[in-house]
Design a protein around this ligand. Sequence first.
Ligand code: TYD
Length: 334
Amino acid sequence: MKFLITGGLGFMGSNMIRYVLNTYQDCSILNLDKMTYAANPKNLKDVSNNSRYRFMKGDVADEDLIEKVFGEFDPDIVLNYAAESHVDRSIMDPKAFLVTAALGTYTLLEATRAYKTPRFIQISTDEVFGSIEQGSFTETSCFEPNSPYSAAKAGGDLLCRAYIKTYNLPIIVTHSCNFIGPYQYPEKVIPLFITNLLEGKKVPLYGDGKNVREWIYTEDHCRAIDALMQKGVVGEVYNIGTGQEIQNIDLTKKILTLLGKGEEMIEPVKDRPAHDRRYSIDSSKLRALGWKSEYSLDQALEKTIKWYQTHEDWWKPLKSGEYLEYYNTQYQRQ
Ligand code: TYD
């Protein structure tokens, strides 16, 4: 089985590549990644010499390249992980988000159509639905994205819908809740807070800290995608969530406790513009296929903190140079 995995040097893409290599002994993987700031060859150092794995640098929005990749590699399945993913960066500079999530998805879909690729799985987010005060979004809820990031992702997902309806392409679209796990770039709240605390720095909590997110451990998400590869119905949309919701302030307190720090390390800062209050998705459609999450949020936090504690060589270089420039610009708004 030939897998084209896009964005495979990023956080979730790299976790999935490792998962596929461990799970499918007969697989052959082509990892196509643009190598933006968030891509990191170190994420896959342990598999880089594996004969079933190959890396290619390239942009999913590059039509000539994508045509060549599909022509030569002829994948059996595309897992589209390629995306700019940080909401705050999208607020400062939306264009790159649109190019990868919307134009990139279009380019991949066109190639899928031309080469009659048997399966395409779109990795997307619950953020396309916008914010929900009570209850949970289902797969048929309206898209009401509030950030350039989620609007760009919604664009890609709507193109998937159109290609299912118009060209009958074998696509499955997934909307996932927030990820927690190893190899996440330390700009996202959990790795940012863990690494700040490991460096003796405070943690910048947006607004009143009462925004709610639902969290899934990386491995549980990989198994969810696997379940959809096995049993998902093409043309359908699936939410991937755990029901493990928590306010940012309570999440922060858990991290502080696990690292033996006090609440004086919390620095309340100005809120993010259009900051979605709460995300919550109903994942019963996926559960009906037999999948369930195995890691509680507490277990996921413990594992993740341990990973960052023992992988300083991975994250320390990421918190200098370009990152620091971004981080300082970001906090000028406070
Ligand atoms: P983030 O990890 O950026 O994911 P998303 O915005 O896609 O959900 O943020 C998760 C939550 O944490 C979100 O409500 C914003 C908040 N947050 C902070 O309070 N401080 C921070 O420095 C960051 C990056 C996020």
